[in-house]
Write a protein that binds this ligand. Structure first.
Ligand code: PLP
Length: 517
C-alpha cells in the first residue's frame, strides 16, 4: 500500500498494485507502473453554467462568423480554405483548421497594425485582464516584443543596464540599435548550478556608477522559476526616472493566482513581455507586449516599431488563440484550472521532496521566491541530462529542459491528474532503481561565471568584417555572434566579447565560430 501522510507531507510505499495507464502514449512506455491508492491531485471538470459563454471573445467570434459565412476567396492565403494544400498535410492537421487559416484585413476580421475591429477590442480586453495600460499582440513570440522594446527605448551608444542571463532576443535588439549593455550578473546558485536572483542593491550601484544609463532590463523569472524582487528594483528605477523593462516571458499566469509571484505590471514596470504560448494556453509563437499603467514609454513609437518588425500577414489563428487564452484565464473555469495547476505543483513538490535523493528547488530566505509551477529538481547521483534521458527513453516523458545538475518540469494548466501521478510514480521508480550516471557530461549548460570583457558593442562587432575560425583557435579573438544554447537561450558569448580559455568547454562542440577579422 502506498500511503501519503498529508500532515507530514511524507509518502511511503510498501504494498503496491498494478496501474493501468489509459492514454495511448502512456501505454507505450516500457515501465511496469504501480498504482497509488490515493487520488489527491485536482482535476477540474468543465461544468455547464460556468461563465465561459458570457466572456467576450471578439476575435474568436469574428473567426466563427468567417467560418460560417464563406465568401469566394480571391485573396491570400492562396490555399483558399484548403483546396490548395498538400493532401497529407490536410489529413494530418484537419480540414477545419485549414478552412479557418486566414489573415487580418479581409472579411471584417480587423487589422493588427494599426489595431482595428475585433483585434483592437481583444487587445483592450487583454490589457484589462493583465492590469496593463495597453497590450499589443505579438506573432513572433516575446522575441519580437524584445526587439521592438530595444528599438523604442535605446539608441546608439546609449547605456542600458541588462541582466546577463537575458534571452538572446534582448541582445539581438541591442545589436540592432547599437546600445551599450552594462551587465548586471545574477547571483549564481552553486548547489544547483543555475542563475538566481538579481540583487536590487547591485542595480542601484550600477545606476550610481552610470548616471547616463536610461533603462534597466531584467529577466524575471529565470528559466528555472527563480523570482527577483521587482518591486524593489522598480522603486529604485522610479526614484531616478529610469525605464524598467521586464522580460516576464515565463510568468504570464502570475496575475491569475495569489500564490504565484507578483506580476511586474503590478510592481511598476514600464513594459512587460509575456509568452502566452509558453504557459498561458495560446498557440506557439503568440505572445503579448504590455505597457504599464504609468509607463514612460512612447507608445506611438513602440507601435511604429512593431509595425516594422511584425509580418503584414498575421496568422488569424495565432490572434484567435491569444483572444481565447485571455478569455480562458479570466474566466471562472480558467481560474480553477490555474488553481489546480498551482495546488498540484505544490503537492507534487512535497511528494518529490519526500523521495530519497530527490530535492526540488524551493523558496529560501527573504530574497528568493519561486514560481511553484516550475519544478527544478535534482536526484543525487544523476546529472540533469542523464535524468532527462531516463525519463524520455524508459518512461516516455518529455520534460521542459535539462540543466547540468537537474531537470525542469512544468505543471501546466493543461496537465491532467493522471499525468502528474504517472510522473511521480516514474520518479519513484527511478530512485528505487540503480541507474548510473554517465561521465562524459561536462558542465556546459550556462555561461562561465564571470563578466567577460566587452571589447566592442554588440552592434559594432556584428557589423564588423568577420571570419569563421575553428573554436580551438578562438582564444583571444572577439566573438561576432551570439552563442546560446536553447533552452534557455541565455548567451554564453555575445558579439563584441573576448573569447577566453573559460569559454572553450562551452563552444568546443560548435567546431567553428564567427569572430571579428
Ligand atoms: C526569458 C525569455 N525571454 C524571451 C524568450 C523568447 O520568447 P518566444 O519564444 O516567445 O519568442 C524566451 C524564450 O525561451 C525566454 O526564455
Amino acid at each position: 500500500m502506498v500511503k501519503y501522510n498529508q500532515k507530514c507531507g511524507v509518502y511511503s510505499t510498501s504494498d503496491v498494485e498494478e496501474r493501468h495507464i489509459t492514454s495511448q502514449s502512456l501505454n507505450n512506455t516500457s515501465v511496469n507502473l504501480k498504482k497509488t491508492n490515493f487520488q489527491v491531485f485536482e482535476e477540474i471538470e468543465y461544468e455547464t453554467g460556468l461563465d465561459l459563454n458570457n466572456i467576450e471573445t471578439p476575435i474568436l467570434d469574428a473567426l466563427e462568423n468567417y467560418s460560417n459565412n464563406p465568401s469566394i476567396p480571391l485573396h491570400i492565403p492562396g490555399h483558399a480554405r484548403g483546396e490548395g494544400v498538400f493532401p497529407k498535410f490536410r489529413d494530418i492537421i484537419g480540414s477545419k483548421i485549414i478552412n479557418i487559416d486566414t489573415t487580418d484585413e479581409f472579411d471584417n476580421l480587423g487589422t493588427l497594425h494599426p489595431a482595428t475591429g475585433p483585434i483592437k477590442k481583444s487587445q483592450e480586453l487583454t490589457a484589462q485582464a493583465f492590469g496593463a495600460k495597453n497590450s499589443f499582440f505579438l506573432i513572433n513570440g516575446s522575441s519580437v516584443g524584445n526587439l521592438a522594446l530595444a528599438l523604442t527605448v535605446t539608441k546608439e551608444n546609449q547605456k542600458i543596464i541588462v541582466a546577463r542571463n537575458c534571452h538572446r532576443s534582448v541582445i539581438s535588439g541591442l545589436t540592432m540599435t547599437g546600445a551599450i549593455p552594462i551587465w548586471v550578473t545574477p547571483e549564481w546558485k552553486d548547489e544547483w548550478e543555475i542563475w538566481g536572483t538579481i540583487n536590487p542593491a547591485e542595480i542601484e550601484h550600477l545606476l550610481n556608477e552610470n548616471p547616463d544609463a536610461t533603462t534597466v532590463w531584467i529577466t524575471n523569472p529565470t528559466y528555472e522559476g527563480i523570482v527577483s524582487n521587482i518591486k524593489k528594483i522598480a522603486a529604485i528605477c522610479k526614484k531616478r526616472n529610469i525605464t524598467l523593462l521586464v522580460d516576464e516571458a515565463h510568468g504570464c499566469l502570475w496575475n491569475f493566482h495569489e500564490k504565484l509571484p507578483q506580476p511586474a505590471l503590478n510592481c511598476g514596470a514600464d513594459a512587460v513581455v509575456h509568452s502566452i504560448h509558453k504557459t498561458g494556453g495560446s498557440f506557439s509563437q503568440s505572445s503579448v507586449l504590455h505597457i504599464g499603467k504609468e509607463s514612460k514609454i512612447c507608445e506611438e513609437e513602440l507601435e511604429a516599431n512593431l509595425k516594422i518588425l511584425q509580418s503584414t500577414s498575421p496568422s488569424y489563428l495565432l490572434l484567435a488563440s491569444l483572444d481565447s487564452a485571455r478569455a480562458y484565464l479570466s474566466s471562472e473555469y480558467g481560474l480553477k484550472k490555474v488553481d489546480a495547476a498551482v495546488e498540484n505543483a505544490i503537492l507534487l513538490r512535497k511528494w518529490l521532496n519526500s523521495l530519497p535523493r530527490v530535492e526540488c528547488l524551493e523558496p529560501e530566505g527573504q530574497n528568493i521566491a519561486v514560481d511553484h509551477t516550475k519544478i527544478f529538481l535534482k536526484i543525487d547521483g544523476l546529472s540533469g541530462k542523464r535524468l532527462e534521458s531516463i525519463l524520455e527513453i524508459e518512461y516516455h516523458i518529455e520534460v521542459e529542459a535539462a540543466a547540468d545538475n537537474g531537470i525542469l518540469v512544468l505543471v501546466n494548466i493543461g496537465n491532467t491528474k493522471s499525468e502528474l501521478e504517472y510522473f511521480w510514480e516514474c520518479m519513484h521508480s527511478i530512485v528505487s532503481s540503480n541507474y548510473s550516471d554517465i561521465s562524459y557530461l561536462n558542465k556546459t549548460k550556462y555561461m562561465p561565471y564571470y563578466v567577460p570583457e566587452m571589447v566592442y558593442s554588440p552592434r559594432k562587432a556584428f557589423m564588423s568584417a568577420k571570419e569563421k575560425i575553428s573554436t580551438e583557435d578562438s582564444i583571444g579573438r572577439i566573438s561576432a555572434e551570439v552563442i546560446a544554447e536553447c533552452p534557455p537561450g541565455i548567451p554564453i558569448l555575445m558579439p563584441g566579447e573576448k573569447i577566453t580559455e573559460e569559454h572553450l568547454p562551452y563552444i568546443r562542440r560548435l567546431k567553428t565560430i564567427n569572430v571579428i577579422k
